[in-house]
Design a protein around this ligand. Structure first.
Ligand code: AMP
Length: 434
């Protein structure tokens, strides 16, 4: 990797934000040239030592937004030792913890700081051994961190910076008690950064007890990426969805497809069925071991696994670039998850394709999604798979454009508008969907 020139380092906008040379060098080596909007706002605020409350989803560059200035602050202090943790990042899932950990390692590669990642589902002993030397940055899921704290494997009373990443997810997943226990172990004087996609009552309550005079930031995923997503809805009967999925993959020759299933059981079943049909597929969800999840993800990224079937929670935070196709085998229970799911495709200016297989029974879920994104999803019946079961009122095939227009809309025309609505994110749409 070529070392950035002195000129490139000193004229970088990351330097102008107040980051030091070794960090800017690592950022330039990652290939970033311009800070994202959330980074522009977050970096100076964190460097000033302020608490931050940020409405930011995955895809906004939030991880570098908190990590870069955190490293800048940490590099000027005394290093960690003896089980001491200096900066603590809590994340809801193992995948997100691993991913944030990789980012921290990449951004600190020219610094003499120790970072570590701990999560459940793997042996605790090696984690305990490593933590003896302390960690300047520890990325952790709440349950495992509590276990480690109870066994005195980590000392949290010297934490200088606390980050709660995807705080809404942590609350959704029932981590509030673990978080409260962890907070009780932290010193009162510290810097707090809270990132969440939504700011509903439970998050506001958590924020009130946690943050002191916070700088409030808001970021939405970049429109240029979301606008390239083409959405389409195929109405069909519930029991024919697996067959339709196989048909779509084969007839369109899709090579890399992320399929969302609402249940773990459903994810397993569909992966097994596709594999039997000769389409290489794997499932990832909370009941799979960490090793199995990592293998499935690596296979999918590497192209050996053509279809990855995931539950919403397992897929959360997976950062796969340029994913061409996302299929909703079931609609999500929470309308907001539709936005998260399609956020997996069409990133970084590449075009993406978001397909939803919708049965009459999902009529209400569909209405909630369409209300939230502010647009109907373009309908397109697949010949041979037209639904026979109708909802009451029947699932409107017109795509909200009046009767007689059934099977209209190949998706492309309305795609930009749908994506534009979706990319505005959960916080704006929420009041209407509740
Ligand atoms: P995040 O929202 O933190 O999950 O980041 C989304 C993706 O954007 C990640 O793949 C990052 O590596 C990438 N990224 C973060 N900051 C920048 C930047 N300033 N320029 C380009 N890509 C970035």
């Amino acid at each position: 990797m070529p070392v950035p020139s002195e000129e490139a380092l000193s004229s970088s906008p990351f330097t102008a934000l107040g980051l030091g040379r070794p960090i800017v060098q690592a950022v330039l080596e990652k290939g970033y040239t311009t800070p994202s909007p959330i980074q522009q706002q977050c970096i100076p605020a964190v460097l000033e030592g302020r608490d931050v409350m940020a409405a930011a989803q995955t895809g906004t560059g939030k991880t570098a937004g908190f990590t870069l200035p955190m490293l800048e602050r940490l590099r000027h202090g005394a290093h960690a030792r003896n089980n001491i943790v200096r900066a603590l990042v809590l994340t809801p899932t193992r995948e997100l913890a691993a991913q944030v950990g990789e980012n921290v390692a990449a951004y600190s590669r020219h610094l003499d700081l120790r970072s570590d990642v701990v999560f459940g589902g793997v042996k605790v002993n090696p984690q305990m051994m490593r933590l003896r030397r302390g960690a300047d940055v520890l990325v952790a899921t709440p349950g495992r961190l509590m276990d480690l704290a109870q066994q005195n494997a980590v000392k949290l009373d010297r934490v200088e910076i606390l980050v709660l990443d995807e705080a809404d997810r942590m609350l959704d997943m029932g981590f509030i008690r673990d978080i409260q226990k962890i907070l009780a172990l932290l010193p009162p004087k510290r810097q707090n950064l809270l990132f969440s996609a939504t700011f509903e009552a439970s998050i506001k309550k958590l924020a009130t007890g946690l943050l002191h005079n916070p700088v409030q930031l808001q970021a939405t995923p970049e429109n240029r990426t979301a606008a390239t997503v083409e959405h389409v809805l195929h109405p069909c009967d519930m029991d024919r969805k697996p067959e339709l999925l196989g048909h779509l993959i084969r007839s369109n020759d899709w090579q890399q497809v992320l399929v969302f299933s609402r249940t773990k059981h459903g994810a397993n079943r569909i992966a097994e069925r596709l594999t039997k049909e000769g389409i290489e597929a794997a499932a990832i969800h909370g009941n799979k071991s960490q090793g199995a999840r990592t293998r499935a993800l690596a296979g999918f990224k590497g192209g050996e696994v053509r279809v990855l079937v995931a539950t919403d929670i397992a897929a959360r935070g997976i950062d796969i670039h340029q994913l061409p196709h996302v299929v909703n085998l079931d609609l999500p229970n929470q309308a907001e998850d539709y936005v998260h799911r399609i956020g997996r495709t069409g990133r970084a200016g590449h075009s993406g394709h978001a397909v939803s297989l919708v049965a009459a029974e999902e009529h209400e879920l569909l209405r909630a999604i369409e209300r939230m994104i502010g647009n109907p999803l373009p309908r397109q019946a697949v010949p041979g798979f037209e639904p026979t079961v109708l909802s009451a009122p029947p699932l409107d095939l017109s795509g909200g454009r009046g009767r007689g227009g059934s099977r209209s809309g190949g998706g492309r025309s309305a795609a930009g508008a749908v994506a534009g609505g979706a990319s505005r994110g959960r916080s704006q749409a929420r009041p209407r969907s509740r």
